[in-house]
Design a protein around this ligand. Structure first.
Ligand SMILES: NC(=O)c1ccc[n+]([C@@H]2O[C@H](COP(=O)([O-])OP(=O)(O)OC[C@H]3O[C@@H](n4cnc5c(N)ncnc54)[C@H](OP(=O)(O)O)[C@@H]3O)[C@@H](O)[C@H]2O)c1
Length: 329
């Protein structure tokens, strides 16, 4: 497993990050433990969770993901770089959501308790909060870093102008700044290449994308009329959201063409999709998810074998329209 610098910071992270969103929801604890074992044995030492996971768990099951990770981490906390997030509702009260001073502190304290640790290595705001001034969020994040409860801070699901503005405000305020961004990114969703990624390159912000396999769609295992039983695409509201994102004729056609290219290159479609994400120099560590430990083999193979530049150019061309959402080039 290769390591890389986490943006402009001195922190070294593995080039793959393990996503844990399925733990305690789609995936039971023994399976989650075997996924973490397989990741760790494969050299992945960077794990990502969130206060609201599992995403389908609101409110009874929320926090179950952290508890599973916390039990697994016992005796090996220092072997893992641990990232979490706050923003989405984790309680019924109006103030139990968002990036306010109140909710950032509340979410962090509860995450630390569930994870059985005294610090997070990375604490991210899960989304931009239109109802909290960015200065308030930056100031509380600065406080928790100074208290030693958090090492670095980052953000997710923001637009480039929001990130640029927050960096400027951090400079003015003299607070910590977002050292990383966690956007959605894969061959079928390339919009952040246009404005976000040039900003990240210039500011040396770490990019840790989620959905690198489009929730499994880019493994090529789904068919338009196929059975989605047991997969991400039939997980209640989440399944519907993923169908809205990816279950389209154009995406199926793209995957079919890419699968033929993968076969020519002698790799699985999932490996090819992950190689393509890793080949973008702005990418620090894609966050790979799994519902079974064996699935990680494709991502680990991608990390070991760089994508041939000529094949990357072919895939870039095949998927160029996904830089513009549904709009034609
Ligand atoms: N910031 C955010 O808003 C946000 C949003 C989403 C995720 N995340 C983070 O990013 C992590 C990863 O996201 P993701 O799970 O969407 O990533 P992903 O890598 O695109 O999708 C992972 C899913 O794809 C399927 N899969 C994985 N490997 C496969 C293989 N080799 N063959 C066939 N199917 C395979 C599995 O689902 P099935 O077995 O069900 O098909 C697996 O759960 C999450 O766990 C979470 O930590 C963050």
């Amino acid at each position: 497993m290769q390591y890389t610098r986490f943006g402009r910071t001195g922190l070294q992270v593995s080039r793959l990050c393990l996503g844990t969103m399925t733990f305690g929801g789609q995936v039971d604890e023994p399976t989650a433990r075997s996924i973490m074992d397989a990741a760790f044995e494969g050299g992945i030492t960077f794990f990502d969770t969130a206060d609201m996971y599992p995403p389908s768990g609101y409110p009874e099951r929320q926090g179950a993901t952290d508890e599973i990770i916390g039990r697994w981490l016992q005796g090996r906390r220092d072997d893992v770089i641990l990232a979490s997030k706050c923003f989405f509702p984790t309680g019924r009260r109006r103030w139990e959501a968002g990036n306010s001073r109140h909710n950032v502190i509340r979410s962090l304290e509860e995450s630390l308790r569930r994870l059985g640790t005294d610090h997070l290595d990375l604490f991210q705001v899960h989304s931009w909060d239109p109802n909290t001034p960015i200065d308030e969020t930056l100031q509380v994040l600065d406080d928790v870093v100074r208290q030693g409860k958090v090492r670095y801070v980052g953000c997710s699901n923001v637009l480039a102008y929001q990130l640029a503005r927050s960096i400027g405000r951090a400079e003015v305020l003299g607070t910590v700044r977002f050292e990383s961004v966690q956007p959605r990114y894969n061959m079928l969703f390339r919009e952040f290449e246009r404005e976000m990624f040039p900003l990240c390159a210039e500011e040396r912000i770490a990019v840790i994308p989620y959905n690198p396999l489009a929730g499994g769609f880019l493994s090529g295992k789904h068919r338009p009329d196929g059975d989605t039983a047991g997969t991400r695409f039939e997980q209640g509201d989440q399944g519907e959201r993923y169908k809205e994102r990816y279950w389209h004729d154009r995406a199926f056609e793209t995957v079919e063409t890419a699968t033929a290219l993968a076969a020519e290159a002698g790799v699985s479609m999932a490996t090819l999709a992950m190689q393509w994400v890793l080949a973008n120099p702005v990418i620090t560590s894609p966050i790979v998810g799994a519902s079974r430990p064996e699935q990680l083999a494709d991502a680990l193979a991608a990390e070991r074998t760089p994508l041939d530049p000529a094949l990357k150019a072919q895939l870039d061309e095949l998927t160029h329209t996904y830089r513009y959402g549904d709009a034609p080039r």
